[in-house]
Design a protein around this ligand. Structure first.
Ligand code: FES
Length: 573
């Protein structure tokens, strides 16, 4: 019987009553010796392994390695599965299920006799979803990011995972690639276990959890197949047992300072715009004050130090060999809260004080940045009363101040149907407006904001245009793309009222997005606006539509904001 009354698991395993007997007895069917029930901290290994999530396909083996560390440190590891979200495979979009996976994680942790948790993550949404759930319970928690794949290769060149897709599309449209060419791309894109190896959403989120102090130092960039990743997993298993003894809970690490550090680091690494939505949702679980404007105030003047695709030249494997995130944290120390505590119990500044950089072309110095200001710009205006975002480092400088005629698509289906019509009235000065792809309108808010340009303009050599939508864009995409417009069109935001021929003004320097239509005319249009017919949804999708919040709040379900803590009572919720 467990003897340590301070442990949460004591409630399950420490009692001599009937339920204590039941809890111990049934677990013994897996062959645990007596001492496992005598005061060892019970560590839940929350595994997002799935063969349907290729990026996390190696995490079943990793769980065994974490267990090694847990046992070495005197803990009792128990692995459990949670909903896994495979970005390239799930339909219509994994984002639809992020909150479901978070709910699964939260209840799996709270309902079970766990004292601490290790989150095994990788593919885009598996990091934010598990972290959101874990935050609502607030046990000692450490993240083991699964790591990126080795660099993609194509005919002697390095090509990034997501970048392959864009290249593939363009080549098909413009250069008529042969089937053999495409096959060669296909087999070179994903050469090893691990997640996408550009600075897309998965790599961004791995860097973010390290920047917030939730991993052991240096964990984010290690490739999935590098033996040092396994060492990191084992050491994390050891460390979580100590964290339980120290009662180093998530909320003690994830303070407002940790979030501010993440915003700074996201800008410095050129991270994905999806990070904004996830960070807002995570903060909402902990009750940390964070709003959309913070991303601009704290992050927009931050220099870009990491030369990685999609905006730069290299890939995650190169980033790791150059020294990885610790080098960035050291370089950026003047911008960071260096005293913020991390899961190893030390301040983040101390962890990364002595790290050398091995390749100054991959990670440049803060005195000679790749760009002086690399963060996210938050736009306001009558077209986005609650905000919209743009990533200036991924946009075309000449389009950052632009006035153009709107060409409106009422839905993504409408866009697909008409974008390549030869007589579509559009030229490179126009602004493409896409409606109906926000959190409610297209449940899950798909990554379609960076819609392709019309084929006839691509053939003319046009490579970028201003695009505006209430959707998201892939972390591996680029362009002058205004995203996350809030309120979205499906709930009657001004975006819903835009018509073909309206003039739109984008002025990134002044953070302005304006629909040049009189207030009187807008009121007329608003009165005549008919909300889209509700989707005939049932089950989880219906719950999502009814409860999902707007993008500027992180698109979490309203009923999931905040946390219930780790105590289990009848009236918990
Ligand atoms: Fe999983 Fe890109 S598809 S990280």
């Amino acid at each position: 019987m467990s003897t340590d009354k301070k442990l949460r698991s004591y409630d399950w395993f420490g009692k001599s009553d009937k339920m204590g007997f039941v809890h111990r007895s049934w677990l013994r069917n897996q062959g645990y010796p007596d001492d496992y029930f005598k005061g060892r901290p019970v560590i839940g290994i929350c595994n997002t392994w799935s063969e349907l999530t290729p990026c996390n396909g190696h995490l079943r083996d990793f769980a065994e390695i974490v267990k090694r560390g847990v046992v070495e440190a005197g803990g009792f590891p128990l692995e459990f599965p949670v909903t896994s979200l495979g970005e390239t495979i799930m339909r219509p979009t994994t984002m639809l299920f992020r909150n479901l996976a978070a709910m699964d994680t939260e209840e799996s942790i709270r309902a079970n006799p766990l004292d601490g948790v290790v989150l095994l993550t990788g593919c885009d949404k598996t990091t934010p979803s598990t972290l959101m759930g874990a935050c609502s319970v607030d046990l000692p928690t450490i993240v083991v990011p699964g790591g990126p794949m080795l660099n993609g290769r194509y005919r002697g060149e390095c090509v990034g995972s997501g970048s392959f897709n864009w290249l593939h599309k363009e080549k098909q449209k413009v250069a008529n690639f042969s089937d053999a060419d495409i096959h060669e791309m296909e087999i070179g894109a994903a050469r090893s276990q691990g997640h996408c190896m550009t600075m897309g959403t998965a790599s961004t989120m791995a860097c973010m959890v390290e920047a917030m102090g939730l991993t052991l130092p240096g964990a984010a960039a290690i490739p999935a197949v590098d033996s040092r990743k396994k060492v990191m997993a084992q050491l994390s298993g050891r460390r979580i047992v100590e964290m339980v003894k120290e009662d180093l809970t998530l909320s003690k690490v994830l303070t407002r300072k940790a979030f501010e550090n993440a915003i700074v680091v996201n800008a410095a690494v050129g991270g994905s715009t999806n990070f904004i939505i996830h960070l807002l949702a995570i903060a909402g679980r902990l009750g940390v004050e964070l709003n959309l404007e913070d991303f601009d105030t704290i992050g927009s003047k931050i220099p870009l130090l990491v030369n990685l695709k999609p905006s730069g030249k290299y890939l995650m494997e190169d980033f790791y060999y150059a020294g990885g995130l610790p080098v960035v944290l050291k370089e950026m120390k003047q911008y960071l809260h260096n005293e913020a505590i991390t899961v190893n119990g030390r301040p983040i500044g101390e962890n990364n004080a002595e790290i050398p950089c091995y390749n100054n072309d991959v990670i440049v110095t803060v005195d000679a940045p790749l760009q002086k200001e690399a963060g996210i710009a938050v736009l306001k205006g009558n077209l986005c009363e609650n905000g919209a975002i743009i990533k200036p480092s991924a946009a075309s400088p000449e389009l950052m101040k632009h006035r153009g005629r709107a060409v409106v698509f009422e839905s993504i289906e409408d866009y697909h149907q008409r974008i390549d019509e030869p007589d579509l009235d559009i030229d490179e000065t126009c602004v493409i407006v896409l409606k109906g792809v926000g959190p409610k309108g297209y449940p899950g808010m798909p990554e379609v904001g960076n819609v392709d340009l019309p084929e006839k303009l691509l053939r003319k050599g046009v490579r970028d245009m201003v695009r505006i939508s209430d959707g998201r864009m892939s972390g591996t995409a680029a362009g002058t793309v205004v995203l996350h417009v809030s309120p979205e069109s499906a709930v009657g935001g001004t975006l819903a009222l835009v018509m073909d021929g309206d003039m739109i003004e984008l002025d990134v320097a002044n953070r302005r997005l304006h629909l040049d239509v009189s207030e009187e005319e807008l009121q007329k249009r608003r009165a005549a606006w008919i909300p889209p017919a509700p989707l005939a949804a049932r089950g989880y999708v219906r719950i999502h539509i009814e409860h999902v919040q707007q993008a500027h709040l992180g698109a979490d379900l309203d009923v999931l904001r905040g946390g219930s803590g780790s105590e289990v009572t009848r009236d918990l919720h």
